[in-house]
Write a new protein. Structure first.
Length: 133
């Protein structure tokens, strides 16, 4: 867990979102991908369902950011403000994010399955509410 070490870092982390992601990025290797949600998501404000994705461009070295909407942000915010993903697994996998984070390998044929087959496998293997939103 990241503990802010300066007053200004603490302010950004409390606010969350891309600001918290950028603070976390200063502590991560350049190839890390960071997911972050803001305070508005955690408070459940309507229309605030946004997840920030931050990474460093491998060619220019400059920080990049994208936003994604939907129910993922609400579910992610239950347990995390920001999360750094580092490294690479040797075969396709999914991340299970609840109180902790766990990687599980998927079958080799997973990428060829349609959405309903993938959802059925995720429900059987990972439990929980797996559905398209």
């Amino acid at each position: 867990a990241h503990v802010p070490t300066t007053e200004w870092e603490g302010r950004f982390v409390r606010f969350g979102g891309a600001a918290a992601g950028r603070v976390l990025a200063t502590r991560c290797p350049p190839e890390a991908v960071i997911l972050a949600v803001g305070d508005a998501v955690r408070r459940g404000l309507p229309g605030a369902e946004r997840t920030s994705f931050l990474w460093r461009d491998s060619e220019t070295g400059r920080g990049q950011q994208a936003q994604g909407g939907g129910g993922f942000a609400r579910r992610f915010a239950r347990h995390h403000t920001a999360l750094a993903i580092e490294g690479r697994l040797d075969r396709p996998s999914v991340l299970i994010m609840d109180e902790g984070v766990e990687a599980r390998f998927v079958p080799a044929e997973f990428s060829g399955w349609d959405v309903s087959q993938r959802a059925a496998w995720l429900r059987a293997e990972c439990g929980g509410d797996v559905k398209r939103q």
